[in-house]
Design a binder for this molecule. Sequence first.
Ligand SMILES: Cc1cc2nc3c(=O)[nH]c(=O)nc-3n(C[C@H](O)[C@H](O)[C@H](O)COP(=O)(O)OP(=O)(O)OC[C@H]3O[C@@H](n4cnc5c(N)ncnc54)[C@H](O)[C@@H]3O)c2cc1C
Length: 464
Amino acid sequence: MTALLWLRDDLRLHDHPALIAAAAHDGPLIIVYISEHHPALRPLGGASRWWLHHSLNSLSDALAQRGQTLIFRQGNPETILPQMVADYGVRQVFWSRRYHALTLDRDIKATLKTMGVGVKTLNSHLLLEPWDALKADGTPYTVYTPFWKNLFSKRDRIPLPQSAPKTLPPPVAACVSEDLASWALLPQNPDWAGGLRQRWDVGEAAAQTRFRDFLTQNLSTYAEHRNRPDLDGTSRLSPYLRFGEISIRQAWHEGLNAFEAGEAQAETFLKELVWREFSYSLLYHNPRLATDPFRPEFSRFPWNARPNDLRTWQHGKTGYPIVDAGMRELWQTGWMHNRVRMITASFLTKHLLIPWQQGESWFWDTLVDADHASNAASWQWVAGCGADAAPYFRIFNPILQGERFDPDGVYVKTYLPELSPLKAPVVHKPWESPSRLSYPAPIIPHQEGRDRAMKAYEILKSSG
Ligand SMILES: Cc1cc2nc3c(=O)[nH]c(=O)nc-3n(C[C@H](O)[C@H](O)[C@H](O)COP(=O)(O)OP(=O)(O)OC[C@H]3O[C@@H](n4cnc5c(N)ncnc54)[C@H](O)[C@@H]3O)c2cc1C
């Protein structure tokens, strides 16, 4: 009996419930990744496509070492999967659940069932399913702290990570694959990915190395250092988690073990993993999270989007060093430190009054960890319209944020070498320096931007 494992955002071999179930199946196994084209699916951004190419290559090699073949197909999964099932006499299909495009997955499952094929879906992406993390009255959480407390109280239910299967069933020799290179996931003319190549090692083995390094070198100082973009204080696991190259349960259980062994700062790490989980709960219950404000009154917000301002922000030329360094870090490396994500997002939605959806889209295109749930939920959180969001009137002062979290200016100088002659704290307000610099003046004075944002917020409140 032939089985088929459909891989999506679970590009690893260890702690992979769907792979383990498929490997236990008696008979040949087709393992397929589909580059999906479907109206219900958001096309991947450029940085994610770059990451995906390398991730698939790496997984393909790992499977080949175990005598298996990763099959590549491109197109509409609603037609590809039934066709493969028919062509190769597949009797059982496995996949890991995802939390966007739920209707699409339901439809595919229904079609396969009408063909007499068994479909088994498993959780490999979250600690608990969103439907197992509800309030006592059965409704979803909209506030993070009770969500965290509830999840922590249910920690015994989070399965322990499982090893990769020792052996895999043989592939189906007749099953043809497309050539990954023909998908053209890598940028060409221009090849803008030099900074990404320099920063990242992609794939499951690299994820494990990164996590080990974090546990041994950074976990014990995580709570102290996690807000400092000038220090390598966080795990940088986000792209690996996004593509499922490392299991969230492994991250959780190793963090929990450290916490229970007395490492107090590990609790903060666990809490961050639960922000991811909270974001997925929000997405599951609000499928339009990337486009529609969670607080509906924000659809009346008097945004004032000027395309030139958006471009200035995207190119890191606002004249505020911490904002510009963040935007250039993003462009060069496909990643940005969390504190700086908050500062740049606040600047766009408040100082520049540009709708958060435009910032979300830019991050979607440029982040290697661009995530359906965390990106949308975090943008809404910063913009003030999300669940348990920072209030709109909390407007980050980019100068003070720079001085506080990058006290010596090391971070801003890394991405803005034109500021290297300046010392802290003036490096965060270069307009006060007598030196001639090739660096722009602020796009708007901080106080003016703040006042304008507050006025817009007052208009929203009075229109309610
Ligand atoms: C405007 C904005 C957009 C964001 N977009 C994304 C995104 O597209 N993808 C993404 O993974 N994260 C996003 N985040 C959340 C956060 O910035 C990143 O997860 C974090 O910076 C990744 O770095 P790390 O792996 O070193 O995190 P660590 O501090 O080491 O945290 C460990 C893991 O916890 C999770 N996590 C940490 N903070 C958050 C958070 N606030 N929300 C959700 N999960 C979190 C991530 O999976 C992260 O890898 C965004 C935050 C903001 C403010």
